[in-house]
Ligand binder design. Structure first.
Ligand code: AMP
Length: 544
């Protein structure tokens, strides 16, 4: 081997914002702020405040390796924290406010957080938990003096902290493998586990995301992450947008359909990214107004399976292009995108939608393999399904200070076990059959709960639904369909089963349909099958 003769500069997050400020000075960060009104500034103005914040953090005694927690919506101050914290070599630990209080207590202790920055919205939550949070942790309200609560006590004020600090910072160089961000999984089983991202992994992930979704990223375009900064780095958008000169539009606390519609329309947002539950609200609003927000050209749906009916509604009814994305907290998080290949572009819409129902093809830098129960690789024929493993520069090599979870997650060759069951076809399209825990075992065959849900979501009377396996004396398990019905649509068990019969194989048909007012959601806005299983623990099949 002959070593090449090229320089090596560490890949550092601070370089992203410095680049954006210099090269894309016209691009903006626009935020629906928690205090009310819309805040806007350029990446250059953002860098000045990020520099002030970096000085303020140092003045508070925060240094390399320290964990700084945030509990905040998508907004410009949270964005500033992402860059200032990692820029000084500290670790931005995003807390998900939707976690259970015990989980928040657990992870702030596990992470040894030194200081917690929070939006005004979450101060009551912090007050409630404060006795149990780490002793000595300091608290900062992300607001200005005028909006500080009446009796602040020892609560620090964000704007006071940064006021008067210099607007430039001498961003230090350091090893690109330094930890930059920490995010705990929402932990459907056991304690939450920490994914500890590096500067290098965050930069590479941004490149990969941009490459995989080229239409979304361009100076002059605006992207709106509905996916939260408080979980999985809003799918990398706070890095990918400035890196590409794309403007960011942050929705703040109001994520209902009407608020999102108005913000998207006012700002002429081009691309927006979120989980299916959020898009349901926006689609309902679009149906009410009979149109899409002006300018909205594409949406990215990920986090859980995009129901075919949702893909079709966006594309057919409103002319908004859909891409499905799949990933995990442990993958920074994006792993695949369902962007079409040239040969599919000319297909009829119904055929194109079939490809968008798949979770998509891998991003550069992400390898996929599916294996059987003995760890043997399965063919990429679109039929064989098995445990999905991933490998790459943006995937965890282990959990933060959790050897047991690390041992369970990694195989002998260093691949990470996703916990998903998938097929991969000859073109590289991966399809999630189910979470391995959610697959339904019926008479020795597997039934995908996602497949039935996808079909049922197209039923006119169904607002949303979920399928779980319920123990059956003869078949082991059988599928139960749990439905939230659309108001006034008069859906009945029979009408839903009649709708499903031509679409679902006989042996995969749900044995029963039950109606509920709402479905339990996880902290990341997905239907919580664990809670549903607990809720229907005592359910018995009519004939059993
Ligand atoms: P999280 O770590 O909270 O982002 O959850 C990751 C899990 O969400 C994955 O392992 C999948 O089970 C699920 N998931 C994410 N995106 C999709 C998708 N597009 N379709 C189906 N499941 C998804």
């Amino acid at each position: 081997m002959l070593n090449g003769l090229m320089m090596e500069q560490p890949l550092l997050i601070s370089d992203i914002i410095r680049f954006a400020a210099e090269i894309h000075p016209e691009s903006e960060v626009i935020s629906a702020s928690v205090e009310g009104g819309v805040h806007r500034y350029s990446y250059a103005e953002s860098l000045a405040r990020i520099s002030q914040l970096a000085h303020a953090l140092r003045a508070e005694g925060i240094g390399p390796g320290d964990r700084v927690a945030t509990l905040a919506w998508n907004g410009y101050r949270h964005f500033e924290l992402y860059y200032a914290i990692s820029g000084i070599g500290a670790v931005c630990h995003t807390l998900n406010p939707r976690l259970f209080p015990e989980q928040l207590i657990y992870i702030t202790h596990h992470a040894k957080d030194k200081i917690l920055f929070s939006d005004l919205t979450f101060l009551p939550l912090i007050d409630k938990l404060r006795d149990k949070l780490p002793q000595g942790m300091r608290y900062v309200a992300m607001t200005d003096r005028a909006h500080m609560p009446g009796q602040p006590g020892d609560l620090l004020c964000y704007e006071d902290m940064i006021a008067g600090e210099p607007t430039t910072y001498d961003w230090p160089p350091f090893d690109e493998r330094t930890a930059a961000g920490l995010c705990y999984t929402s932990g459907t089983t056991g304690e939450p586990k920490g994914a500890l991202y590096t500067h290098r992994s965050s930069l590479l992930h941004s490149f990969y995301v941009i490459l995989g979704n080229r239409t979304a990223f361009e100076p002059g375009k605006k992207v709106l992450p509905v996916v939260p900064l408080f979980h999985v780095n809003a799918w990398g958008l706070p890095y990918a947008a400035p890196l590409s000169g794309t403007s960011l539009v942050f929705p703040g606390a109001k994520l209902d359909g009407a608020s999102l519609f108005d913000l998207m329309e006012a700002e002429k947002v081009y691309s927006s990214w979120g989980v299916p539950t959020v898009w349901q609200g926006l689609l309902a609003e679009m149906a009410k107004r009979g149109r899409a927000p002006a300018g909205l050209t594409e949406v990215i749906i990920g986090g859980s399976a995009a129901p075919p009916a949702m893909i079709e509604a966006f594309e057919r009814d409103f002319g908004v292009d859909v891409t499905q994305g799949w990933g995990m907290t442990e993958m920074s998080p994006v792993g695949t995108c369902s962007r079409l290949m040239p040969k599919q572009m000319t297909l009829a819409p119904e055929q194109r939608w079939k490809f968008k129902q798949k979770q998509g093809r891998r991003l550069f830098g992400v390898e996929l393999k599916i294996v059987d129960g003995n760890g043997r690789r399965l063919p990429h024929d679109g039929k064989a399904f098995g445990d999905l493993y991933v490998r790459g520069n943006t995937i965890i090599s282990g959990y933060f200070e959790n050897d047991k979870a690390t041992r369970e997650a990694m195989d002998a060759e260093g691949w990470f076990k996703t916990g998903d069951i998938a097929t991969i076809d000859g073109d590289g399209y991966m399809t999630i059959v189910d979470r391995s825990k959610d697959l339904i075992k019926s008479g020795g065959e597997w039934i995908s709960s996602i497949d039935i849900e996808n079909s049922a979501m197209a039923c006119p009377g169904v607002a949303t639904c979920a399928v779980i396996g319920i123990a059956h004396p003869k078949w082991d398990e059988r599928p139960l369909l749990i439905v939230v019905s659309k108001e006034g649509a008069g859906a009945t068990k029979e009408s839903i089963l009649d709708f499903l019969r031509p679409k679902v194989a006989k042996w995969q048909m749900p044995d029963d349909v039950v109606f509920v007012d709402t479905l339990p959601l996880t902290a990341t806005g997905k239907v919580s099958k664990k809670d549903l299983r607990a809720q229907f623990e005592d359910f018995r099949w009519p004939e059993a």
